[in-house]
Ligand binder design. Sequence first.
Ligand SMILES: [Zn+2]
Length: 306
Amino acid sequence: MKKQSKIIIALALILICSIFCGSLILKVRNNDNISKNNKVNATNNSKEEEQGKVKENNQKHNVNEKKAEKLENRFEGMELKDNLVGVPILYYHSVEKSEDNELRISPKKFRGQLKYLKDNNYVSLTLQELQSYITQNKPIPKNSVVITFDDGYKDNYDNAYPILKEFGYTATIFVISGLIDKDPNYLNSDHIKEMSKNGVEIGSHSINHDNLLEISKEDKIETITKSKQDLEKLIEKPVISIAYPFGKFNDDIVNITKDAGYTLGFTIDKGWGNGKEDPLKLSRVYISAFITDESFKERISKSQYK
Ligand SMILES: [Zn+2]
């Protein structure tokens, strides 16, 4: 009897053990399957993610393409012209009421001029559009202007900027970099950053409005190069243009400008900018505060104006 009961106990133990081990094996197998499934799912997920990314990239690509198309089409349906005709590159200074300063045009008069441009379907070009017109002969609308301001007066922000926005026109301001945050009559860094983010382009006008013909070669390099770097640091965008202070330049200065990385240089030589000109020596059209409406209309419609 004792022997028999021992055998029964032993058998029972074996049975319990095998059930336990069996269930353990099953559990491990299940876990294994679960982790395999997880892996499969993870792979599927990452595949889906990848597909999602591809889709997203495609969408982004399409958006970019659409943007590019939109830019290409900006001139669609307009009568275009090649770069032998040229384009009036207007230059202003201060936009502020004044009786006796020809560099200070009243906001009312400035607004009247932009309204005339708008009413006559004029387009204002960006510097990039101007550059591809001048250097690659990419056509622009027959009625095009480039709007520029020299010196970077604070009233460009207070008075000109709201009027430009009102008519949807873009412009370039040539800033004297050494005066930023130093002289309250000139634009500060906040004005410049805000305008730069909203379609107004920033160019250099040297560090201290230096007469480039009267300073040493080292100083020329310094004022031309450092003003560009300081402005780029401020607006976090490339600065491609310079307006020579007092319109003074020579071949040496133009070479330094080119070496510094500028692609457009603006003078105060009278006339329209065109494809026969050196893009670093572009002529401009002066808009004095005393200009009559007739003279303004003539300057923007005839390359050979009085
Ligand atoms: Zn100036």
